[in-house]
Design a protein around this ligand. Sequence first.
Ligand SMILES: Cc1cc2nc3c(=O)[nH]c(=O)nc-3n(C[C@H](O)[C@H](O)[C@H](O)COP(=O)(O)OP(=O)(O)OC[C@H]3O[C@@H](n4cnc5c(N)ncnc54)[C@H](O)[C@@H]3O)c2cc1C
Length: 642
Amino acid sequence: MAELKSSDKNAESFHPKLENELKLDAEIRNLWSESIHCRNQRQMFDKANEIYDFIIVGAGTAGCVLARELIYNISNVNILVLEAGPSDVQVNDKIRLPCTLPSIYRASETDWGYYTEEQRMQSIIEPTKEVLIKRTPYPRGKVIGGCSTINSMVYMRGQKSDYDSWAAQGPEYKIWDYDHCFEAFKSVENNARENPDEEFKKYHGFNGQLHVQDSPNDTYEMAKDFIKVANNLGIPYNNDFNGATQTGIGKHQLTMKDGKRFSLADAYLTDALKKVEKYPPLKPLTLPYGGIANGVAKIVAVNVKSFAHMLSIIWDEEKEDENIAIGVKYFCNGGIHNAFIAPKGEVIICGGAINSAQILMLSGIGPKNNLEANNIKVRKELPIGRNLLDHPLCYIIGKVSNPNGTNDSRIHSWCCGIKLGINYKGNVEGKIPSKDELLDDHPDFQSYVNAIVFDPIIDDYIRSGTPEQKFEAFTLASVLNFPSSVGHLELCSSNPFMLPKLFLNYYEKPEDMYRMISSLKLLREIIKQPPLSTVWAVKEIGLNDEFGKWCSVGEEMSDEDWERYIREKTSTASHTCGTVKMAPESQGGCVNHRLQVYGTKNLRVVDASIIPFIPNTNTNAPVAMIAWRASKLIEEDYRNKI
Ligand SMILES: Cc1cc2nc3c(=O)[nH]c(=O)nc-3n(C[C@H](O)[C@H](O)[C@H](O)COP(=O)(O)OP(=O)(O)OC[C@H]3O[C@@H](n4cnc5c(N)ncnc54)[C@H](O)[C@@H]3O)c2cc1C
């Protein structure tokens, strides 16, 4: 290598190796100064003895939206966000790739590891018999972004009646009617549809933080044939599931940007972290090492701590009867820490539908029996955890016997998100839905056409088989979007690291079982139709073959066979909500219309747990909407405090 003289002023521009080294050097210096900046910022927070205007527990869908909206809309506040899981940039990058969806649901580093409890229930079709419901995994995101970092990215908002039912609970609940919620949905959304028509524009937001796009790439050949079959059966094409009607078959809108997942952390938290100010504004640095003297200024910023597990609420013990929240106790970096709120501040629990309920119960708010059984002092008796709502999901699998030149990667590239949805009303007698039910404006089923094989037996076979044994397959999954059955959760210990027990009670009510039977019959019918059955030689598998024999007589499935199948194959659509219900206290409510916990002060819950009646849709967008609405309520209350 020729030696460079110091007089070679432009050396870096013509010496590639040196140029690279200098670039690297500059990059490292940037990273270093960034880390110093972070450390200084942290020290300033520590100096303030961990006092914040708002403490948000949980950086999931709701926590991320709230942090951003509060830091930008209320002046001179600081916010602590505690997240039990890792940062989303610390975990495996496949979290961003839509095609890896199934493998991230249960990644131990980002999942809480819940299982449902085994349950014995009465058979619906044969009420004299008892059925055993096995434990099944129950994914919940434990990572910055929460479930929005691991979910299937389907963006759906539900129908007017979903929200009007929340508002019908009393005059003060009007702030949750469809018009208010719709305004919030539009404010959150940043829809990227190319050349949207006027009708589409009416229903969407284009300036929010959350990127939403139509499922990417053109619809694949086989997906086009699904649409043809559905149309032939009387299911219309729907160009916008978030438009005037949800009914029909169509492409999903997804929370994605540039082909990658776009979580609520990407949408909101990243932006929240950009705001770092000093209050009152200071003259340029006066201290010798560039710090700010304690008490002189406050840092207006959001301080996010990952791997920070909240243990319980700290109450003002001097006013024991008033249940005044003054801070939180949390576990981080191997030690227990306390963080407190400033005089006008609030503790806001955004731990999601399972954990928010657990946090409240650990802090003495919940059903008396369950708390006392776990030696927890009851501060306020409320039915926390009693209204556990969720959408059950069941499926059938189709084998593509003639992939028609479609190679593995092409079929599987469908699963950059769930591409096609079919929405219709199920039949309460378990029959294939009638033409009217397929066209009904209030669908209660959402079926997905999905290239991922949901059935573990078939999936294992395909993965572990020899190349000759491998075949192409897809799942038609049905989600019962309007179930009547209600589950519950309960604490099994006062240890904050022990997971509560979940009792889902799926299909406790007969109509739920009959509607699911009706939906699976429809999906089976779709598979039998040309061109799917002819061009692609699609065959159902797993009902009466080496993968599963569910037909007790011949080829046909009786309703009893369907029930056994459904009980065995049902899992969650992961739309858990309702456990800290927003309703009048006399109606089983745990929080009021402003999401304040009954019988407490300075304490709110903002996440899926407050949803009183499960919406007829996926829950990510509704939770973002709730958090956006809640930020306005918190802002109003903050300004009104003296
Ligand atoms: C596998 C899966 C697929 C899904 N697919 C879709 C979909 O396609 N479309 C859709 O709309 N919805 C989908 N959902 C549902 C949707 O993502 C959730 O309803 C929504 O994200 C819930 O938001 P949340 O704020 O209530 O809770 P979460 O997003 O779960 O956030 C709660 C956060 O709090 C943290 N936390 C909990 N306890 C503590 C504690 N003690 N201390 C500190 N932090 C704590 C958690 O780790 C988590 O990060 C899916 C969910 C899952 C799990």
